[in-house]
Design a protein. Structure first.
Length: 261
């Protein structure tokens, strides 16, 4: 048996993203979206989500390359002066692992983002992390500990099987295999929570077009699969700056298709 969930990341980033989530849920196959609670259009996303009973909304935890909720004054060790997290994921990861002071700020921000989601009144369906930073063992531990206080039941383990990508004609690199193996540790940390058997959208991040989605669906293994996307109805200035090479509109259009699942 196959169970397939089509999801959208970065809900709340811009109104163009929010419009795509709303339309893809009303008119297409999108059933799940992950909310950035500190993003500029978060309030607009929450307003739309309240009018979408078929949309399952979760928290898209942002701890790298995005806006913090608490700001630089409360997070001086882990944010830039403008309150954003650095885009240098490796440097942040080392800092989170080795610095007790950084970990205290990290936990405070995680708690704040969960609390902000709870304050929306939306049901917490799932949690995932921007740029899959929950693969960091310290972040995963804190996310799960804090999340369970807020009723956490599901997280995304970004396990993308290399064999399926190879069947789709992709060249598999060592990094793809290492990442897939590393996800087993996160799966162990998340024992007791619901996780998908496989997740797709990493290799083709920002480029999950209709053609690629159809190709992928033809090779899916049994089990629960999540296919995540980054849809938007148009390319606005923020998306051009943050993700200049992403095909946001093409990913939105892919979600408007009935994929016969």
């Amino acid at each position: 048996m196959r169970e397939i969930v089509f999801s959208a990341d970065d809900f709340g980033l811009t109104e163009a993203v929010n419009e795509a989530v709303e339309r893809a849920n009303r008119e297409g196959c999108l059933t799940q979206a992950s909310l950035m609670v500190a993003a500029p259009a978060a309030a607009d996303a929450v307003r739309r989500a309240r009018a979408l009973p078929r949309l399952n909304v979760g928290l898209h935890l942002v701890l790298v390359d995005g806006d913090s909720l608490l700001g630089h004054a409360q997070l001086p060790r882990i944010t830039l002066p403008d309150g954003r997290f650095s885009a240098n994921q490796m440097a942040l990861g080392v800092h989170y692992f080795f610095s007790p002071a950084a970990r205290r700020e990290l936990r405070a921000e995680i708690e704040a983002q969960f609390a902000a989601f709870a304050a929306t009144g939306l049901v917490l369906h799932h949690v995932d992390a921007h740029k899959h930073f929950l693969l960091h063992p310290t972040i995963a531990r804190m996310l799960i500990e804090v999340g369970q206080q807020y009723g956490l039941k599901r997280i995304r383990v970004p396990a993308e099987p290399p064999a399926v990508l190879a069947a789709c004609g992709e060249r598999i690199m060592l990094g793809d295999r290492v990442l897939y193996v590393w996800t087993k540790f996160l799966r162990w940390q998340a024992r007791g929570l619901e996780v998908p058997d496989q997740v797709f959208g990493i290799k083709w991040s920002g480029h999950m077009t209709r053609e690629r989605m159809v190709q992928l669906l033809a090779h899916l293994p049994p089990g629960r699969t999540e296919i995540y996307t980054h849809p938007a109805t148009r390319r606005d200035a923020a998306l051009e700056k943050l993700m200049p090479d992403y095909e946001h509109v093409a990913e939105f259009e892919a979600l408007l298709v009935d994929h016969n699942i």
